[in-house]
Design a protein around this ligand. Structure first.
Ligand code: KIV
Length: 262
């Protein structure tokens, strides 16, 4: 996958699949799958570090995780999130962050919002770095948005999202994540753009779909937003395996002589 195949997929009406990936061992597994694209999302602050929001992801954190993923998934197209405020502190900070993420192994960066990002996005694209946009529910602005709410529900806000999407396309984004918007709006934005949209909670009409890996694996059984489909019972798979190991140790059944050195 590369930026050109993203565009081709849209032209040929072939959907794009993306999952988040934060670490080396899951990257090694994902490298053997048919998934199109990996996202080292700043959601790692929540999923991997237990913070309340993505605001806590730092450039150092993101860079370490991008490196771990890139070494584990050399065959995959890797997108890295630009962390909180890195595009709001001026071009210097933005470009330093882009440099670190790309040198760590990313092939593109993802940037939330469009308000003061458009010029910076244009500059990054002109510098030869592909940019994925992100509109709708933008978790870095969670405090401004007042929580995890579906965005663009009324006509005025829906029109603003379509307008923002057009601005991001004009600035040079090669694709756009649409998070938590009504199905009709997901379809509308996808039709309005030449670049592919990748939805999460944006309905079936977007040009691709993304989920957080741990969510689709069912690692946290209590996290069940409407848009999520759990493809495995990760919580019980891991819990059961560890309990079996514990039981074998306590019963003196692990290790056997065959599992020991002479
Ligand atoms: O950080 C992330 O995981 C994301 C996805 C939800 C799109 O931005």
């Amino acid at each position: 996958m590369n930026v050109h195949t993203f565009a081709q997929r849209k032209q040929q009406h072939q959907k794009i699949s993306m999952v988040t990936c934060y670490d080396h061992w899951s990257a090694q597994i994902l490298n053997t799958t048919e998934i199109d694209c990996l996202l080292v999302g700043d959601s790692l602050a929540v999923v991997m570090y237990g913070y309340e929001s993505t605001v806590h992801a730092t450039v150092d954190m993101m860079t370490l995780h991008v490196g771990a993923v890139a070494r584990g998934a050399p065959d995959k197209f890797i997108v890295a999130d630009m962390p909180f405020l890195t595009c709001s502190k001026g071009l210097g900070v933005a470009m330093d962050t882009v440099e670190r993420l790309m040198q760590a192994g990313a092939h593109a960066v993802k940037i939330e919002g469009d308000s003061h990002q458009v010029d910076i996005i244009h500059h990054i694209v002109e510098a030869g770095v592909p940019v994925m946009g992100h509109l709708g529910l933008t978790p870095q602005s969670i405090h401004h948005l007042g929580g995890h709410r579906v965005q663009g529900k009324d006509e005025v806000n829906a029109a603003k999202i379509v307008e923002s999407a057009r601005r991001l396309e004009a600035a040079g984004c090669f694709s756009l994540v649409l998070e938590c918007v009504p199905t009709v709006l997901g379809g509308c934005v996808s039709q309005a753009l030449k670049i592919p949209t990748i939805g999460i909670g944006a309905g079936p009409q977007t040009d691709g779909q993304v989920l957080v890996l741990q969510d689709l694996l069912g690692v946290n059984p209590k996290f069940k937003p409407k848009f999520l489909r759990q493809y495995a019972s990760g919580h019980s798979v891991v819990g059961d395996a560890v309990n079996q190991f514990h039981g074998d140790v306590v019963a003196g059944e692990f290790p056997t002589l065959a599992e020991s050195y002479r």
